[in-house]
Ligand binder design. Structure first.
Ligand SMILES: Nc1ncnc2c1ncn2[C@@H]1O[C@H](COP(=O)(O)OP(=O)(O)OP(=O)(O)O)[C@@H](O)[C@H]1O
Ligand SMILES: Cc1ncc(CO)c(N)n1
Length: 270
């Protein structure tokens, strides 16, 4: 069985972060492992508090996994502080994983900062260069490039700028634009629009985490980068289409709809 490791924050509400990542790994048929960088007290409405994990414990988690288990792909999510960014970068350099998906998580849907301001430079200098793909949403890409992104032409320029930071490829997610959520993939030479249709729902908590983890799972299973992205886009679209109205805010996406369909299970409460 192929494997994937997520290095990310815990979301007590289960819709984003480590919890979403492990569910997306399972739903996409890979064995999931986790390194927890921070614990958030979070639900579908808000992030109430954040406790960063001691960098020494983060390093130990990474080493414990790599020293023993095979890691076919790595997904990186919430890194929280500059110290954690540096620790993760150093630990990963020791093992040089080939397939690294970086979701440069910065702000939660409710507006809570999940990456401290002084960690952004460290992320650009130390983590982006080891990423096989970086998957920013529009606001994150604006922070990384220092430029507003208002048009599809701006999206192309942002991809080019982010690529110069040293990652292999870029997927700029268009979900934050009005209109259809088309994402833009750039491999350094060609652009590919990964088209979507907007699903009208407020249950979009953890969409970015789920998409990036599905990409990592597909890469672990041997897909090319473009194929991994296209398949993950299909997965997140179905997961949003059948999202769950749990909680009073942005409910979670449904990672298991496809599996239940495939297994043809009757009486599923999904
Ligand atoms: N309402 C929607 N209907 C269809 N696809 C959507 C919708 N919202 C987002 N998407 C798609 O979901 C994926 C995740 O994109 P999004 O821009 O929402 O990520 P994000 O902001 O990083 O998510 P989060 O921070 O909540 O985890 C993208 O492929 C995007 O196009
Ligand atoms: C722990 C965590 N990671 C990422 C996100 C972004 O959706 C979130 N809300 N919480």
């Amino acid at each position: 069985m192929k494997t994937a490791l997520t290095i990310a924050g815990s979301d007590s509400g289960g819709g984003a972060g480590i919890q979403a990542d492990l569910k997306a790994f399972a739903a996409n048929g890979v064995f999931g492992m986790s390194v927890i960088t921070a614990v958030t007290a979070q639900n579908t409405q808000e992030v109430r508090s954040v406790q960063n994990i001691d960098p020494a414990i983060i390093r130990d988690q990474i080493e414990a996994v790599f020293d023993d288990l095979p890691v076919d792909a790595v997904k990186i999510g919430m890194l929280s502080s500059a110290d954690i960014v540096r620790t993760v970068a150093e630990a990963l350099k020791k093992y040089s994983p080939e397939l690294v998906v970086l979701d440069p998580v910065m702000v939660s849907k409710g507006g809570h900062h999940l990456l401290e301001q002084d960690a952004i430079q460290a992320l650009k200098e130390q983590i982006i260069p080891i990423a096989s793909i970086v998957t920013p949403n529009i606001p994150e890409a604006e922070v990384l490039t220092g430029k507003r992104i208002l048009t599809q032409e701006d999206m192309k320029e942002a991809c080019i700028t982010i690529k110069t930071l040293g990652c292999r490829t870029v997927l700029l997610k268009g979900g934050h634009f009005d209109g259809p959520p088309h994402d833009l993939f750039f491999d350094g030479e060609e652009f590919h629009w990964i088209e979507g249709e907007r699903i009208i729902t407020k249950n979009t908590h953890g969409t970015g985490c789920t998409l990036s983890s599905a990409i990592a799972a597909n890469l672990a299973k041997g897909a090319s980068m473009l194929e991994a992205v296209k398949q993950a886009k299909q997965f997140i679209t179905i997961a949003i289409l059948h999202s769950l109205s749990l909680g009073h805010g942005h409910g979670p996406t449904n990672h298991f709809y496809e599996l239940y369909q495939k297994a043809n299970l009757k009486n599923s409460r999904y």
